[in-house]
Design a protein around this ligand. Structure first.
Ligand SMILES: NC(=O)c1ccc[n+]([C@@H]2O[C@H](COP(=O)([O-])OP(=O)(O)OC[C@H]3O[C@@H](n4cnc5c(N)ncnc54)[C@H](OP(=O)(O)O)[C@@H]3O)[C@@H](O)[C@H]2O)c1
Length: 313
């Protein structure tokens, strides 16, 4: 064998090994691990769950499903009336648990965290779901975003909230040698996202921060999981109808929760994991092609939303 043949053989071997490993990991995390009961028992991490952006969509489903597992829940969101409504709903379903609500607007930046610290300091927090997030100028060119305040808002809401909330709860988790932080990113953070530049960039920050923090605290017994959803039926996505590839928030969160303890980085839902895998591969091999098709997709997405809005008027 010449050196070129050896190199070719070794490269093929690595690619085959990596493909088989990825396939096995996908099946285990999304299906087999759950069937074998290998996931994490969250109730053993501490009696309280804290969920940001908890009055709608994915956050509300995390709050409900964690309550269903017997955890007391702190709902953190913007609108007091919605907080009360969701707290009442969960309480009527799971009467034995305690619920606290904290009304804060994460776009207010650093000023809100002393209130959160005061409210949370006495609680033994087993799991924090950093879910709150907003989109700005979705399917709109960065230079055309008229509302300049919204640029700060999206940084405060999507990035600062995760950093400050994690900093608030981590010391007590490390001290107890257990606890879970789940950071909700987005597939958009890992793909090219022209016409959603701010949103994609803030979600890329979630990925980097969360994955590095995970490595940093793993030995202390604390789990930091990064969840990158694809499309889910919520107000933010403006999608109204669930399909087999676009789940309801409850279906998405049930799947994502079942991956806890099995992987520290996931899309949460099996179809989104396939999207993520292929997306990252295509981005690696053909980055320009991906950016080109993303712009096309974003333009047609914007048109569909505008058409729907004009029909409903
Ligand atoms: N839906 C998707 O397809 C999708 C895909 C990928 C990633 N994600 C990510 O998943 C997370 C949840 O998204 P979602 O679709 O479930 O959103 P959603 O249905 O719009 O719900 C957002 C929640 O966050 C709260 N919230 C929004 N802005 C806030 C602020 N400034 N301060 C405090 N609370 C605020 C809302 O409360 P109010 O009702 O009071 O405003 C609501 O409870 C986000 O991080 C998002 O980026 C979603």
């Amino acid at each position: 064998m010449c050196w070129l043949e050896i190199l070719g053989f070794l490269t093929a071997l690595i690619l085959i090994f990596k493909s088989v490993y990825n396939l096995g990991h996908f099946v285990y995390v999304n299906f087999l691990g759950r069937l074998l009961g290998h996931g994490l028992d969250i109730s053993k991490c501490g009696p309280w769950a804290v969920v940001t952006g908890a009055t709608d969509g994915i956050g509300k489903s995390y709050a409900r499903l964690l309550a269903a597992k017997g955890l007391n829940v702190v709902l953190v969101s913007r609108t007091p009336a919605k907080l009360q409504k969701v707290a009442d709903e969960i309480k009527s379903e799971y009467g034995s648990i305690e619920i606290k609500t904290i009304a804060v607007d994460f776009t207010d930046g650093n000023s809100i965290y002393s209130k959160l610290e005061t409210e949370l300091s006495q609680l033994e927090i087993g799991i924090l779901i950093n879910n709150v997030g907003m989109a700005v100028g979705f399917a709109e060119a960065f230079a055309d975003i008229a509302d300049e305040k919204s640029l700060n808002d999206v940084v405060n809401c999507n990035m600062l909230s995760m950093v400050r909330m994690s900093r608030l709860v981590l010391p007590q988790m490390i001290k107890r040698k257990k606890g879970v932080i789940v950071n909700i990113g987005s597939i958009s953070g890992l793909f090219a996202t022209p016409l959603a530049t701010m949103y994609g960039a803030t979600k890329a920050f979630v990925d980097k921060f969360s994955c590095d923090l995970s490595s940093e605290v793993r030995e202390s017994g604390v789990i930091v999981q990064t969840v990158h959803p694809g499309f889910v039926v919520t107000n933010m996505s403006k999608l109204r109808r669930a399909t087999w590839t676009i789940p309801t928030p409850d279906r998405f969160v049930a799947a994502a929760l079942s991956t806890l303890g099995l992987t520290d980085r996931t899309s949460g839902f099996w179809f989104h994991s396939i999207q993520l895998y292929w997306g990252e591969l295509v981005r690696f091999i053909f980055p320009e092609t991906m950016a080109y098709f993303t712009i096309k997709f974003m333009k047609s997405y914007r048109q569909r939303v505008l058409n729907r809005q004009s029909k409903s008027k």
